[in-house]
Design a protein around this ligand. Structure first.
Ligand code: HEM
Length: 434
């Protein structure tokens, strides 16, 4: 019945696609707080306008965005038509980076995520092994311990800000462990990373420059220390990485470590917070999950990831040559973003996408993208989120949102996460029940 329904939806003739021009963008807002609080109506309106539409966004300017699952998947899979490096599309620089952005950011930004083949393949091969599923699953015990250690500090308290005190701390500790950063540096590093990466405006960018510069210096210092003195962790491994005689030069090392830190920190923070936010809005789903978290958590995290989609779009690509894509003429050198969050809300692919159904299966979401740049850390993000929710709800099953109507969302393009998530732990009720 369900399969037939989806097939009918997919086969039904799509409305004639309007032909748009990039210099006449449609007025869709995919950045503001109100949009982040409830993005699905905007995605529906965008899909009604077409599978690929032009919009205008801060920093980037005018860009095409994909609005359906089919167009989003096709875009991320076609890495010869949609490219990262300007030189492959008659432009200079890297898609999405502007001349006025600080040099330190560019140093971090010159990573494999910004490269086309064959350079991307060469760099990715050097780190793929370090993220093998088996090795990541083996980290689960350690991740549980880190989560428990943080949660110990919640005992006896009535309210906490989950975002600052748990969702941010856990991924940071895990990524620092993975890289092998010294324990004594972590809180200072966390503070730098928060200031360097929380840029939502041009003014914010100026303020972040100092922190970014210091972050790059810090990473450089750690690379130097690992060269002099071999140490456990990925920085040590990367310094000595050799794959068929290949190794990373100094600037490749810096940008690889920067990429792992940036890609692995804030993304997972938001998935953890957003998941708790979603569960607390859906008490029936929460009760279903907590009745048997051991066997239900894996599937539940897939659906929480789809439903909240914390990374809402990939970074932009350039169109490599004049083409027609899903009925839309695109010109060489134009920018295009794949809007993963809209894909994950597409009724042609998901039955009632607006509903959180923790047992949804199959769940072909694009949370971690696809194609050659699919997320390197997807397994780690899954394991961390499963551990975070399991440990949190084991201790505080009755927790509730302290201010559900006053959640403020970050306004940065492409990220969906609460600035703060105050929780009431209801520890007293738990003690009474015990
Ligand atoms: C909930 C957490 C996460 C989400 C939603 C997420 C999502 C994504 C997405 C959508 C991309 C594709 C970006 C693009 O093509 O423009 C990506 C790439 C990437 N992610 Fe993640 N990510 C998460 C966690 C992590 C973690 C924990 C790490 C590593 C420690 C990581 C490392 C990377 C790297 C290195 C890439 C670039 C891969 C390449 O260019 O080949 N991510 N991620």
């Amino acid at each position: 019945m369900r399969a037939a329904h989806l097939k009918a939806l997919r086969m039904s003739p799509s409305p004639a696609t309007s032909v748009y021009r990039l210099n006449q963008p449609l007025a869709f807002d995919i950045q503001s707080g109100p949009f982040k609080a409830d993005p699905m109506p905007t995605f529906a309106a965008m899909r009604a306008a077409g599978p690929v539409v032009p919009i205008k966004v801060a920093f980037l300017g005018r860009a095409w965005v994909t609005t359906t699952h089919a167009a989003t998947l096709a875009m991320v899979k076609d890495n010869s038509l949609f490219v990262q490096e300007g030189r492959h599309a008659g432009k200079s620089g890297v898609a999405g980076f502007q001349w006025w952005m600080p040099r330190s950011l560019k140093a971090l930004a010159d990573s494999m995520l910004q490269k086309d083949e064959p350079d991307h393949r060469r760099l990715r091969k050097l780190v793929d092994g370090a993220f093998a599923r088996r090795d990541i699953l083996a980290m689960r015990g350690n991740i549980d311990r880190i989560a428990d250690g943080i949660l110990d500090g919640f005992e006896g308290r009535d309210t906490v800000d989950l975002a600052a005190e748990f969702s941010r701390r856990l991924p940071l500790e895990v990524i620092c462990d993975l890289l092998g950063l010294p324990h004594e540096d972590r809180s200072a590093f966390a503070d730098l990373a928060r200031r360097a990466l929380s840029v939502t405006s041009a003014v914010g960018m100026v303020l972040a420059m100092g922190a970014l510069g210091r972050m790059v210096d810090y990473i450089r210092g750690q690379v130097g220390a690992a060269r002099r003195d071999p140490r456990p962790g990925r920085i040590g491994d990367l310094v000595h990485a050799e794959e068929a005689g290949d190794r990373l030069d100094e600037s490749e090392l810096l940008s690889m470590i920067g990429l792992l830190l940036i890609a692995g920190f804030e993304t997972t923070t938001h998935l953890i917070s957003d998941s708790v936010w979603a569960l607390e809005q859906h008490p029936d789903q929460k009760a279903w999950l907590l009745a048997d978290p051991g066997s239900r958590m894996e599937r539940a995290v897939e659906e929480l990831a789809r439903f909240t989609t914390p990374v809402q779009s990939t970074k932009p690509r350039y169109v490599a040559r004049d083409t027609e894509f899903f009925g839309q003429p695109l010109r060489r050198g134009e920018l295009i973003l794949s809007l993963i969050a809209a894909a994950n809300a597409d009724p042609a692919e998901f039955e009632h996408p607006e509903e959180l159904r923790l047992d949804r299966f199959p769940n072909p979401h694009l949370v971690f993208s696809s194609g050659v740049h699919f997320c390197l850390g997807q397994q780690l993000a899954r394991v961390e989120t499963q551990a975070a929710l399991t440990r949190l709800y084991a201790r505080f099953p009755d927790l509730t949102l302290a201010a559900p109507d006053r959640i403020e969302w970050i306004e940065r393009l492409g990220m969906r996460g609460a600035k703060a998530l105050p929780l009431r732990l209801n520890a007293a009720a738990r003690r009474l029940a015990a």
